[in-house]
Design a protein around this ligand. Sequence first.
Ligand code: SF4
Length: 396
Amino acid sequence: MTAYSHSRVSCFENCPYQYKLRYIDKVKVNVPTTIEAFMGEIVHQTLEHLYKLKKFKKRVALNVLIKFYRDLWDKNYSEDILIVKAEKEKLTANNYKKMGEKFITHYYERMKPFEEMTILGLETTDRMTLSDGNQWHVRIDKLGCDNKGNYFVCDYKTNARMKDQGEADSDRQLALYSVWVKDKFPDAKSVKLIWHMLAFNKDAISERTDEQLEKLQQDVIERIKEIENAKEFPRKQSALCDYCVYKEQCPSFKHEVELEKIEDIKKFKEDEGVKLVDEYSEVKTKQAELKKAEEEFKDNLIKYAKQFGVDIVYGSNKKCSVKEFDKIVMPEGENKEKFIQLMKDKGLYEELSMICYPRLNSKVVGGNIDNELKKMVDIIRDFRLSLSKRKDVEED
Ligand code: SF4
């Protein structure tokens, strides 16, 4: 049985192709540590240290804790840690270091003397068995209880965005941990999920009913089934692609990554792919211009034919016939439905309606059609090309 986790299932939900690269093909990539992740880790370790000492009834003064944090930072910091906002927002590692200090200071002042709960575990790791037999990773930053049977599953967050109540109430990760708590501690009367939002010195709190937890488990089991039965792993492009570490392996970004390695603009322009897209784009632009010009010529020819009372206009080598004819305009909205119904009532629909090819295509390809019908059509591979602007490139 595979051990699943919130991040593994989320990976599949966000982009099945990324899931395939990461968990099935197990592609090894260099994942740079970002400064945000580094700061988060050092803050976590510092708070873990604080509660560990507290467990042994040892009080740590704030300045001692901050010194611990600074030493830990200095010992682990390395120059290859990525500071994405260094260029844009002129942020340095020291800014982040100070930010972490501020988070710890505010948390310390708010929570001292740290007797909000009896600590049962710090950075707890375990596995729980879901009702389908699959394993689920459990990792809790701070687990505690009080003497009234209330349990607390706490997560430290260093995010720059406050978690709102809606998000807290729909969060899957901590909610599933409450299933684990209820299983491990049968005296648990309630399990409160607490996110310590350190950047805001506030907590986001949520609690689930047994029915909600049962439904959540079933949803997760369904999702795991979907993952295990998946035969195709399509790419799902989204804003998350900006942070994807598999861009070099992803067919949607591989070429872009290759191009980024070219420093010389001349060499960039000589790239076979760049040339093809540039020329294709030019052809498409000309095509659109020609289409516009065609419409203008049509209008002018119609005007000319009307003005001079002719229905054939002669050129040097070709002539153009301009014939006027009647055509219907289909009724819209409610009337369209009435019209179709009337056609059906009068037995004309079969004869006059057409098959909607794009809808039929997606039903057959998506496997959402009767098998007998599906067998009667062939499915062949084809290509669809679409041009769009590169968001990372400024217009000339
Ligand atoms: S870059 Fe985007 S589409 Fe490609 S694998 Fe990563 S998340 Fe998926």
